[in-house]
Write a protein that binds this ligand. Sequence first.
Ligand SMILES: C[S@@+](CC[C@H](N)C(=O)[O-])C[C@H]1O[C@@H](n2cnc3c(N)ncnc32)[C@H](O)[C@@H]1O
Length: 246
Amino acid sequence: MKLRRFDRFAARQFLKRHVPESKPAELGQKIEELRGRLYDLETKPKNERIRIWNESSGLLRAIQMRKPALRLLEEFFRHVQLKPLSRALFLCTGPAVAETFVASKFPRARFTFVDFSERMHKLANGIIEQEGLKNVRLVFGDIGQIPIKEKSHDFVCAFGVSLPQLEDSRLVRTAREMISEKPDARFAMEFGRPVNIPLQHCMRLIESKGFEIEKNIPIYRTILKDMAFDVYFTVAKPAQLRPKTL
Ligand SMILES: C[S@@+](CC[C@H](N)C(=O)[O-])C[C@H]1O[C@@H](n2cnc3c(N)ncnc32)[C@H](O)[C@@H]1O
């Protein structure tokens, strides 16, 4: 199938509308503050995690950066095609800046955005309303117990995934449960890995939940307080279930 052309100009304009401009020094400080809040997050009880994400929604919104978001969108459109009427599930959508741009470019596909933070959904809803998108529904829910009955999505995706989230395994396990078994179904993920952690480790975490890695594209390197992270865009397909032996 022909890939949709990436409209760089439209993406830039979209990001200008929804990503606040910040000075590098301010940005660095805010990123540090957020990292401090999220430290050890995945080991905390669920209510605590929701409270922290709710309280961090403004901060997360403030540290969205136009340039990396543009790179992510470029790779997304280079490697992903959604058919009209495709059902796409986006997990942990937060303020959903990149996610809503994708939805705006596939107006005939149907999108479900899942996040467990009410305040994050409020930010996402602001963009959806401003852009007049009719093909997105927001669902509150924990990715560990997702409140969605239909399980055969053509496309499952998560942007902005951290290594602890990947190691926790709920996200990838849920992606595998919610994806269709059709040969063209795909799971895509943007994730960041501290450079001292082998990439193989991250790939194994995805494969061990029943996916076959198809593409793994390094998209940028970022340095947060002396620590370098490589950010990737990864595309995987559901590994075929082995036929049962008689
Ligand atoms: C790092 S943000 C990523 C947001 C967005 N995808 C992006 O790239 O900017 C992580 C988001 O995941 C949500 N989240 C974290 N754990 C979750 C869980 N167990 N269930 C549902 N949402 C969760 C948080 O509320 C937050 O909005």
